[in-house]
Write a protein that binds this ligand. Structure first.
Ligand code: NAD
Length: 316
């Protein structure tokens, strides 16, 4: 792989300034080019990357098909046309492995908000309203059960936090091999059984043909009516209209959602108005150290590419 110039696409600014990543990688003996969206567009959906051998990016652009290597600053690679990149022989790497701490803490925060009623108190505070919960409204998550669907990097971060808070954890993964801290591991085919006694169902799977719409009406019917859905994976994993119906019908108690079938979540969505729904704007993994973590993967792969070794985090 030729690797003289590494581009940093302006789209990384969703998570950190491009110049910050350039600074982090300045110790590498490689030209780093921070690409301004406005530069060099030649009709190919923002084509400045053609002067680079590789690119670090959030979004996909048409011109990237001509490169040797694309690094996605996200774990999910559902933004990229994988078949076309494979045909063109482009190496695609992702940033899985860096989100477990941030996502684990965010998920713990959602659970504690629901149990300790913090989301209600914040709403009351905005209205200067002193309103104590009814005697049976607040609860504790210790001793409750969570079912974590997807036991990869995110799943591990979630399992560690929830176990530490006294939550009993079950999991769903494709091969039912044991996982430390997880009481029972189910396969996707056993999903309805897996969620049947869970107070929280936490989604940490990638969006694939297999997982698209996997959380549907049947799953909501199988969940207890005091259960909460937590989605920090991708919106497409959930049938969102079935979710809204399940919430409206009281088939489940609530949801914390970081990702949606359409982002930003349209103003007209019923989810905005629901008392037992927490909406966060696809930021569950945000941390001021995000760029530093991406830099460590990119640095390692530049080293490997030069040494002729296989890239880490390689998807294609
Ligand atoms: P990962 O590859 O480490 O883990 C994904 C796990 O899901 C793997 O263990 C895989 O075997 C498993 N899996 C795949 N299909 C499955 C199925 N049908 N049933 C059960 N398990 C299945 O990836 P990760 O870093 O944990 O990230 C997972 C996904 O979370 C990403 O693809 C991305 O879409 C999403 N994500 C969201 C945010 C956010 O900001 N909300 C941040 C990071 C990742």
């Amino acid at each position: 792989m030729r690797l003289d110039t590494l581009g940093i696409d302006s789209s990384v600014s969703v998570l950190f300034p491009p110049e910050f990543l350039a600074e982090q990688l300045s110790d590498l003996s490689i030209d780093i080019d921070v690409l301004d969206e406005s530069v060099g567009t030649d009709g190919k959906d923002g084509a400045p990357a053609t002067t680079c051998d590789a690119i670090v990016t959030f979004e996909h652009r048409e011109s990237f098909v001509d490169l040797d290597w694309i690094h996605s600053i996200q774990a999910g690679v559902d933004r990229f046309p994988q078949d076309r990149l494979e045909d063109a022989g482009v190496a695609l790497t992702n940033s899985t492995g860096i989100h477990g701490d941030a996502i684990g803490e965010t998920v713990a925060g959602y659970l504690l908000a629901f149990s300790r009623r913090l989301h209600e108190h914040i709403r009351d505070q905005e209205r200067r309203e002193w309103s104590q919960p009814d005697w049976d409204e607040a609860w504790t998550i210790a001793g409750e059960r969570a079912c974590v669907v997807g036991l990869g990097s995110l799943g591990r971060g979630v399992v560690d936090r929830l176990s530490a808070l006294g939550v009993d954890v079950d999991g769903v993964r494709r091969t039912p091999v044991p996982e430390p801290g997880v009481d029972r591991v189910h396969t996707p085919g056993e999903l309805e059984r897996a969620v049947a006694d869970a107070r929280f169902v936490v989604l940490t799977v990638p969006l694939t043909d297999e997982t698209e719409g996997m959380i549907d009406r049947r799953v909501f019917d199988a969940m207890p009516d005091d259960a909460y859905l937590i989605n920090v994976a991708r919106g497409g994993v959930v049938d969102q209209s079935a979710l809204v119906s399940a919430l409206e019908a009281g088939d489940i108690a609530g949801a914390a959602l970081d990702v949606f079938e359409r982002e930003p979540l349209p103003e007209t969505s019923a989810l905005w108005e629901m008392d037992e729904v927490i909406v966060t704007p696809h930021c569950a993994a945000f941390t001021h150290r995000y760029g530093e973590h991406v830099a460590s993967i990119v640095r390692e792969n530049v080293r490997r590419a030069r040494a002729g070794e296989a890239l880490t985090n390689r998807v294609l």
